[in-house]
Design a protein around this ligand. Structure first.
Ligand code: CP
Ligand code: NVA
Length: 304
């Protein structure tokens, strides 16, 4: 994956189809034990302005397994919390680190930060996208079905960062993608248009308010929280609007009999997904969470 050396991953659409498929192959090989610990003296910085369990720990373990080191740059223990400008922080950290993963709110801040850096900058979640999660998701789908092309993934719930990156990722690999969301919580039309352009007529990109229509015949059912980090104030008012989109046994029964159920986690049982579905025989959420480690190891090795 020498073509990814030095590159940023700010959006999943920063990758082309071959690069994305190459990363999944590399991740599968690493999962099977083919790891080159040749990254001694390389340092990854984690600059996270939001909570994280999976992303923080999987990036840290991935870097250790590649032979490198990690610095957790919690904004509360740096001058970021005291208002040091992003442009100054970026240019300083660029002199110390070899790669940085950033979790923040505004995609524009991530892009501005990357604009000041020579080192690769990785999107570890913004309000707009969560590309690293989708690398792991596609790896999980590929493991389950032995292919990606032609499968249908249906996402039920909020047209949020997960919906956006899933649309772009599915379009890139030739999967049909359907997003069922309440009309006031539809995905960003710009991302829908971008995914449609990437699919280029090879696969379907559908946005609907009809959860049953979306679930019908799907090989992958996916959901995420109804209120993302930063939207806690509106969580209560969102509940009734999202109830028809709950991933429950009724919607699961409409899908392909071999359907797999995915959730990026953390999950709110009884809200966006039922206990029976997340703990049921179609659920692959623990494999999916594990695959964050393998997918990000492949990404780090490629950009370094
Ligand atoms: N799925 C995911 O990104 O989890 P964390 O918020 O725990 O990192
Ligand atoms: N949409 C969720 C994903 C968490 C991994 C959020 O942004 O909070």
């Amino acid at each position: 994956m020498t073509e990814l050396k030095g590159r940023d991953l700010l959006s999943l659409a920063d990758l082309n189809r071959d690069e994305l498929m190459g990363l999944l192959d590399l991740a599968a090989g690493m999962k099977a034990g083919k790891i080159n610990r040749s990254h001694e003296r390389k340092v990854l910085g984690l600059l996270f302005s939001k909570a994280s369990t999976r992303t923080r720990v999987s990036f840290t373990v991935a870097m250790y397994q590649l032979g490198g080191q990690v610095i957790d740059l919690n904004p509360n223990v740096t001058q970021v919390s005291r208002g040091e400008p992003l442009a100054d922080t970026a240019r300083v950290l660029d002199r110390y680190l070899d790669v940085v993963a950033i979790r923040t709110f505004d995609q524009a801040d991530l892009e501005a930060f990357a604009g000041y850096c020579q080192m690769p900058v990785i999107n570890a979640l913004t309000d707009q996208e969560h590309p690293c999660q989708v690398l792991a998701d596609l790896l999980t789908v590929q493991e389950a079905f032995g292919k990606l092309d032609g499968l249908t993934l249906s996402y039920l719930g909020d047209g949020n960062n997960m919906a956006h990156s899933l649309m772009l990722g599915c379009a890139l690999v030739g999967m049909n993608v359907r997003v069922a969301a309440p009309s006031e919580y539809s995905p960003d039309p710009k991302i829908v248009a971008q995914a449609t352009a990437l699919a280029d007529g090879r696969s379907e990109v559908l946005v609907t308010t009809d959860a049953e229509l979306a679930a019908k015949g799907a090989q992958v059912l996916y959901t995420d929280v109804w209120a993302s980090m930063g939207q806690e104030d509106s969580a209560e008012s969102r509940g009734p609007v999202f109830t028809p989109y709950q991933l429950n046994e009724h919607l699961q029964a409409l899908a392909d009999p071999e359907v797999i159920v995915l959730h990026c986690l953390p999950a709110h049982r009884g809200e966006e997904i039922t206990e029976a579905v997340i703990e049921g025989q179609h659920s692959r959420v623990w494999d999916q969470a594990e695959n964050r480690l393998h997918a990000q190891k492949a990404l780090l090795a490629s950009v370094l």
